[in-house]
Design a protein around this ligand. Structure first.
Ligand code: UDP
Length: 312
């Protein structure tokens, strides 16, 4: 099996590269390093089954030889990153999805699109089930990501329905773990970095907004199962254990054994007030369930960030 992973040098992408290599696949990792990091795949470069292509999937690509599976993970994925790269975010969700689907059609590959809980926007239903269509502001600051991913889902279903492609769509909820960038702006690296540096933790708004955090190894396992399934409609993957951002910040202070203060900052525009996946579909279709609880996952992630902070 030969598998292409776009965004393979990113946080989730690099864990996928490892998992597919461990499953015995040849892995072709593609990235343009707009938000990915060569360090994430350094340890894989000596593996003869691993190869790397520096390319922006928003531009047309031809690859020699067979490709059995394509996982399209290229995209800026944190609010700070997609605000920094709004047009690249729109392009990789639209043109990048089109190009990768075109490649899948040419090669007859199984295809998996990385979609997102952001397709639900600021949800009016809780928890979010796959049959909820969402509440997205198309012209808000998050619109570049949300609408690109909604377009990507539509394009993926069109290739499935029109060309009979074996496609899969995963809606990824907040995921964390080693290889997140300390400066990606998301709540986990921000607060952990602040805790480790002895700075106040920045909580946006009053911290009553909720999120549900999934450890990366659980997510990767669900993705592998979904790709190998014959199910074509979107599937939520995430950990339904919901927490308010203020309580989460307090957990991080306790974990770092510090006495960090909590500092309240303005809530960014269109910040979803709640988010929690209904994972009934993944449970029944994939026999999947997250295994790593938040305490353990946060401990492992904190160790990773401690290493980065100590390196400076
Ligand atoms: N957040 C926060 N402090 C930070 C970074 C984020 O309070 O330093 C909040 C943010 O406003 C949001 C939640 O944490 O309510 C999760 O934000 P993140 O950027 O991780 O991703 P999102 O789930 O909003 O896409």
């Amino acid at each position: 099996m030969r598998t292409l992973i776009t965004g393979g040098a990113g946080f989730i992408g690099s864990h996928l590269c490892e998992r597919f290599l461990a499953e015995g696949h040849e892995v072709v990792c593609m990235d343009n390093f707009i938000t990915g990091n060569p360090v994430n795949i350094e340890h894989l470069q000596a593996n003869p089954k691993f190869s790397f292509l520096r390319h922006n999937i928003s531009n047309h690509i031809e690859i020699d030889g067979p490709i059995d599976c394509i996982l399209h993970f290229a995209s800026p994925a944190s609010p700070v990153d997609y605000l920094r790269h709004p047009i690249a975010t729109l392009k990789v969700g639209s043109l990048g999805t089109h190009n990768s689907l075109g490649l899948a059609k040419a090669k007859g590959s199984r295809y998996l699109l990385a979609s997102t809980s952001e397709v639900y926007g600021d949800p009016e239903r809780h928890p979010q089930r796959e049959d909820y269509w969402g509440n997205v502001n198309p012209i808000g600051i998050r619109g570049v990501y949300d609408e690109a991913k909604r377009f990507a889902e539509a394009m993926t279903m069109a290739y499935h329905r029109t060309h009979g492609l074996n496609t899969h769509i995963v809606r990824i909820f907040n995921t964390y773990g080693p290889r997140m960038r300390l400066d990606d702006g998301r709540v986990v690296p921000n607060l952990m970095g602040q805790a480790l540096r002895g700075e106040p933790l920045t909580v946006y708004g009053d911290g009553s907004q909720t999120r549900s955090f999934c450890f990366v190894s659980d997510l990767v396992d669900g993705i592998f199962r979904l790709l190998m399934s014959e199910f074509h409609e979107p599937v939520n993957l995430g950990n339904p254990n919901e927490v308010s951002i203020l309580d989460f910040a307090k957990e991080i202070v306790a974990l770092s054994a510090g006495k960090n203060a909590i500092e309240f900052r303005p809530l960014p525009q269109d910040d979803p007030k709640v988010r929690k996946p209904d994972i009934g579909r993944a449970r029944s279709l994939l026999s999947w369930e997250p295994k790593v609880d938040r305490k353990e996952g946060m401990r492992r992630t904190m160790e990773y960030f401690r290493g980065l902070v100590m390196k400076g």
